[in-house]
Each structure stands twice: as structure tokens, then as C-alpha cells.
Design a protein around this ligand. Sequence first.
Ligand code: URA
Length: 438
Amino acid sequence: MNAVRVYDIITKTRDGLGLSREEIRFLIDGYTEGRIPDYQMAAWCMAVYFKGLSAEATAELTMAMVDSGELLTWPEFGDELVDKHSTGGVGDKTTLVLLPWVAAAGVKIAKMSGRGLGHTGGTLDKLSSIPGFRFDLTRTEFIRAVEEAGLAVVGQTGNLVPADKKLYALRDVTATVDSIPLIASSIMSKKIAAGASRIVLDVKAGSGAFMEELSRAKLLAETMVDIGAKTGRRTTALVTNMDQPLGYAVGNALEVREAIATLQGAGPEDLTELCLALGAEMLVQAEKANTPEEGRHLLVEVMEKGLPIEKFRAMIAAQGGDPTIIEEPGLLPQAPVCSDAVAPKSGYVTRIHTKKIGLIAMELGAGRQRIEDDIHLSAGLEIMVKVGDKIEAGQVIAKVYGPTPEVVETAVGKVEASIEIGDLPTKPLSLILARVSR
Ligand code: URA
């Protein structure tokens, strides 16, 4: 048999020809272990960017990346972990609400989350605004927390998917991030390596999303669901709207406050609806419901009994946090300065430039540009309007929270410019744009 050569793998990919399992393994192992140089891997990524990869090769790539590091298993939970992943959005505090809600319906949740980067936030940053909350638990502590509270959320530990860390850094500087097979394999490899066997994906589409175009977001969802099917991980995806912030709050402590209200049944309509839709899918995956409709009924029932907020309380307590923030949200970090943004004229909200809102939140200190940056947990925005709302000149359209009057005043001007007001009525946006399953 001829020896596998990187040059041939690049050529075949460039020419749109298939790759064998052996070739993909050779490439990923060789790159992770430093035998294949960046310039050859960059050329291969660019070939994938232009020519794509077959569904089989994409699934093979995913598993080769998983096998580059540790593969966590959870025999303590019967090895059937249901996980949820969002491709990231502005004001996306879904995990904070969804996990306690689904846990309240009897599903054990052991989740690994990350920090935020750029205009989208991360669950760990949001949770770190709860005084005392620890997410650096040992495996034993993590398992005990799940047993005690029914759910736990921790930071990523171990050597998971080193191939992705190296490859993502390379893609980032070679204009090859935006390739659907590369994104799909990157995301799915991390979920699989963390031990998820049943996965619910929230793929965001719109101006605040990583994938702005709906058709590409759908394709990404289909590609990930396909990887799930080919690798034996049952996967369902919802494609959801990110053409306006989710809920009202954008920023860590502000989002925890909103999550608490939602867990008490008094949250924003869109956030509540998204959690019902994703939660229903998780209950089907966990075999607690036969259909999403049945799952939804179960979620409504547990909310009527007031159970989700109690799960959140139990999670905070099991992870060393102070659960009195539920009754006294004033104990969460408070911004030194708050100012209102107002509508310059009467009319209808026609468009919210959501990515700009995410970037304004970042400039206020709520997010980080580089992974090593510090953040202000109290900083952020409350966008008080949704597309389609009728508003009056002078009406408060956003509240802006930040560290100094100068920073806040600059942000107020930018927020006012990010919310378009027109004369004609505009339809409210649909939230769930597509469902993909196999
Ligand atoms: N998020 C990921 O985890 N990987 C990508 O490639 C893109 C976004």
C-alpha cells in the first residue's frame, strides 16, 4: 500500500475528491502531534473552505478530533448524558433557565460550559456574578453536585479535543473559520468529547449570530445533526432567531436577574418560549417524553409547581454560591452608573442591529475581546423594545449600565443609533425558524 502523503490529501480535497478514514486520521493526528506544519494544514483548510467535505468525511473528521484527546465517560449517570449547545447569541442566557427547568422535570444534567468571547456571552461569566459560585469542581465534586442538586455546571477540564484548539487558532488567522464542515466538526467534537450522547442544538441565525444567513444556519444545523446520526449521538437542532437580543438583558449579572425571573415564570416571552422549545426536545432525548408536545406539557406543569427556581437554588448551593440572590437580586454586582437611551422619534421598531448591541455591551465591559481580558460583571444593557413595537418619541428604549459616566454616555449614543424606528407597522419576528432532526 502507498504511504499516505499530506500533499495528496490537500490535492484530493482541492479537487473535491473523497478522503478515506485513514487519510483523515493521518492528517488530524499528524497535525495535533506537530508532524504536519501549519502551512500544509492551512492549505487543507482553505481547500475545505472552497470544496467542502462529504458527510462521511465530516463525521470522520469529528471523531478523529475527539480521539486527539480525552473522551469523558459518565458511568455514574448511566452514560446517557443529555447536553445542549448554543452557537451563541446576544443576551443568550438560555442555559441558566433551561437546565434547572429540565432538571426540575427529572433529567440529570452535568454540563461543561465556557467563557464568552467577542459580542456573545458565556455561561461561566454569567454564573460568576453569583457570589461564591464555583465552577472549578473536581470530578468527584461535580458528580456529587449533580447527585445532590440534579444538575451542575462547570468549566471545561481535562485535555478535550486538542486538535480543535490548534486547528481553530490556525483557522482564525487564515480566513477559514467560516466553513460549515469545519465549524460543525469543531462544535460536535467538543460535545462528544465531553461525554454527551444526546444533544440538542440551538443554532442561531441573524444579525447577532455567528451565522447570519438563515440558509447557512440551516445547513450548519443539518450538518451537525448528520454528524450526530453518523457517530451514534442522537442530535436535534432548532434554528432560532438572533435578529434581536434574546429577552431584554445583555450582560452577566443583568442576565442572571432575568434568568431568575424566568425561572419564576415571570420572564420575557421569547426567552420563556425558547426554553420551552429546547427543553421539550431535551425531554424527548432523555426519554421523559414521547413527543416535543408532551415535553412542553411536562415543563409547564413543573413551572406551575414552582420547581425550576428551586432547582436553580439547589444548584447554586451545591456549587458554593449564595442562593439568597434569588430573593435579593440586589446582592448581584451593581453597576456604578446607569443611564437611559430614548427614542428620538415616534414610530415602530423596524430593526435592531444585534451584533452592534453585543459589541456595545462588550465595550461597556460585559464581554472580552481577548480571552485574557477582565470583565465588569455588572455592566451591560437592557433593551426594552422588540422589533414591531410601537413607540413614542422620548420613550426609554434601553437602560445602559457601566463603570463610568463617560463610558455609559458613549454607549447610550451608540444604542440609540442601533435601534431603527420607521413610520410603518412592522411584523414581530418569529423565534423558531426551523427544526432539524433525523
Ligand atoms: N464555534 C466553535 O466551537 N467552532 C467553530 O469552528 C466555530 C464556532
